[in-house]
Design a protein around this ligand. Sequence first.
Ligand SMILES: [Zn+2]
Length: 183
Amino acid sequence: MSKLDSVTEEIGPVYQRALDFMQEYGLYDISYSEKKLDVGYTITLPYYYASFIFDKPSGSYNDMETMIHESGHFYANYVNPMHALLEEDNLDVAEIHSQGLEVLMLEHAAEIYGDDQADIATAVILMNMLSAVVDGCVFDEFQTKALQARMAGTLTTAPHVVDLLDEVEDANGASPTWGDSWY
Ligand SMILES: [Zn+2]
């Protein structure tokens, strides 16, 4: 957390307030435990109009990347807390703050990830961002073709939908993550 604190001034005062809020109320569990599932995520706590970050650290640069990413989700909910009944995942916008923050922080890669890991962290993060763009294109093509097929009456069962997705993925040489590796 202290590494993040040192660069947040440039990101903005509201982001800093979100981190202060997170720390003041202990809204994170990022310490190592063998009992933890090997995953990092942010979960909203609608009753409290707050969020909570969970992570199992690995000891690599990925710990900082995860914390930056998840703090973006935390920030998004901090500035726009949603009632539980209105909360809904929207893949088109769900990763804007988290991934955007990862890219903004790259300017401070050496300070955040250390001189020895800054280059590889930067390369991996940029590759992930490009991969997200490709995923977005594949999703869009799939949705367009699914709608066209539905209107033509040729998309009538769940297996048809899966076949169509396979077809689009094969044609693009890409297999979107469907959100199962990002949270
Ligand atoms: Zn995310």
